[in-house]
Design a binder for this molecule. Structure first.
Ligand code: PEP
Ligand code: MN
Length: 342
C-alpha cells in the first residue's frame, strides 16, 4: 500500500503515518518527491489491510498495490518510469544505454583494446567479467582480482563506468572498489542471500533473468535488492530455456512490454547470451530496441576466435561502431536516444 501525503503535510504528520505503519507490523519506506511525500507500507497483506490511515491529517490518498512486489511495481512510482544516472550516463525513460565489452577479462591487451574500441564507437558502459559462472568447473573461471585491476585500468583510460559480475559475497569488497554497477548473473537471480547483501551495498545493479525464471520471479528478485535500500536496479532479459535447440536460449522479447506494464525499473536486453551466435546479435538487438528496451548489454572482443569464453557470440571490435549506429536508429524510432558519452 502506498500512502501519498498532501503537499502541505508536515514532518509530524509524516511521522505519525510511519508510526501507524510500524504499529501494524509493516515496514515504512519513505520517498520524498518534489511535491509529495509517499510512504510505502510494506509487509504482510493482513497487517497492511489494518492500516486505516485514510483519515490521518496530511494524508492525500492511499493507493493499494496489488502485485506481490511493491517497490518494484509501476504503481509504487505512480506510473512513472525510473531514470537512473550511472556515472553521468542515463538509463530509462527516453535514455537508451549501450553497454559493451568482452565476456571475460583475459589480458591487459585484450581488455584495453576492447575498451578503447567500444568507447570510441559511443558505448556508455564497459562490461567485463572477472568472476565467471561457468557450466563446467574445469572451464576458465575468470582472472578474479587480477581481472578487476585490468578493468580498473580500462575505466581509468576511457573514463567509462564499468559493470562486472559478483557471484560470491566474499568478493564484494574488491568489486566495490572497481564496479560502478554490480551484475547479478542469470544463475544467481534467485540467490536471495546474495541479493540481500548486494542490496545493502547500495551500488547500482544489473539483475539478469534466470534461465527458467518467470517475469514475476524476476521482479520478486529485484524486490530483494530494493527492499535493502538500493533503488538503482536494472532488469536484463537474456534469454530463457525452451525446447528450441537451434540457438542457445530463446530471447523473450515479449518480456520487455510486459515488464513495462508492471515495473518502473529500466529493462535492458542481452542478445549475446541469448543467441550464443554472432549472426543473431544484430537482428535481436534491433528487435529489442523496437520493442522498447532501455538498453543493450552486448559482448565485444578484439579477436573472438581467440576468446577464452563465448567467442562465437562476441561481436568484433571492428564491427561494433556500425552495429551501434543501427541499434541507435531503431531506438530513436522507439523514442529513445543513446545519451552522449561525456
Ligand atoms: C555474462 O553476462 O557474462 C553472463 C554470464 O551472463 P548470464 O548470467 O546471463 O548467463
Ligand atoms: Mn559471456
Amino acid at each position: 500500500m502506498m500512502i501519498v501525503m498532501k503537499e502541505s503535510a508536515t514532518t509530524e504528520q509524516v511521522e505519525a503515518v510511519i508510526r501507524q505503519v510500524e504499529q501494524v507490523g509493516a515496514r515504512a519506506h519513505l520517498s520524498r518527491g518534489e511535491l509529495h511525500t509517499v510512504i510505502g507500507a510494506i509487509g504482510d497483506r493482513d497487517h497492511v489491510a489494518n492500516l486505516e490511515v485514510e483519515g490521518f491529517p496530511g494524508v492525500d490518498h492511499v493507493v493499494p498495490i496489488t502485485r506481490p512486489y511493491k517497490l518494484a511495481s509501476l504503481q509504487f512510482k505512480r506510473e512513472q518510469y525510473s531514470v537512473f544516472d550511472i556515472g553521468g550516463r542515463k538509463v530509462g525513460g527516453s535514455a537508451f544505454m549501450m553497454i559493451a565489452g568482452p565476456c571475460t577479462i583475459e589480458s591487459r591487451d585484450q581488455m584495453l583494446t576492447a575498451a578503447a574500441a567500444v568507447h570510441e564507437a559511443g558505448a556508455q558502459l564497459l562490461r567485463g567479467g572477472a568472476y565467471k559462472p561457468r557450466t563446467s568447473p574445469y572451464s576458465f573461471q575468470g582472472l578474479g582480482e587480477g581481472g578487476l585491476r585490468l578493468l580498473a585500468e580500462a575505466r581509468e583510460e576511457t573514463g567509462m563506468p564499468v559493470v562486472t559480475e559478483l557471484m560470491d559475497i566474499r568478493d564484494l569488497d574488491p568489486i566495490l572498489e572497481v564496479a560502478d554497477v554490480i551484475q547479478v548473473g542469470a544463475r544467481n537471480m534467485q540467490n536471495f542471500t546474495l541479493l540481500t547483501e548486494i542490496g545493502r551495498a547500495g551500488r547500482p545493479v544489473i539483475l539478469k533473468r534466470g534461465l527458467s525464471a518467470t517475469i514475476d520471479e524476476l521482479l520478486m528478485a529485484a524486490e530483494y535488492v530494493l527492499k535493502e535500500g538500493t533503488e538503482t536496479v536494472i532488469l536484463c532479459e537474456r534469454g530463457i530455456r525452451t525446447f528450441e535447440t537451434a540457438y542457445r536460449f530463446t530471447l523473450d522479447l515479449m518480456a520487455i512490454p510486459v515488464l513495462k506494464q508492471r515495473t518502473h525499473l529500466p529493462v535492458i536486453v542481452d542478445p549475446s547470451h541469448a543467441a550464443g551466435r554472432r549472426d543473431l546479435v544484430l537482428p535481436m538487438s534491433l528487435a529489442a530496441a523496437a520493442a522498447g528496451a532501455d538498453g543493450i548489454i552486448v559482448e565485444v572482443h578484439p579477436e573472438p576466435e581467440q576468446a577464452i569464453c563465448d567467442g562465437p557470440q562476441q561481436l568484433r571490435t571492428g564491427e561494433f561502431a556500425d552495429y551501434l549506429r543501427q541499434v541507435e536508429a531503431v531506438a530513436a524510432l522507439a523514442g529513445k536516444q543513446v545519451a552522449e558519452t561525456v
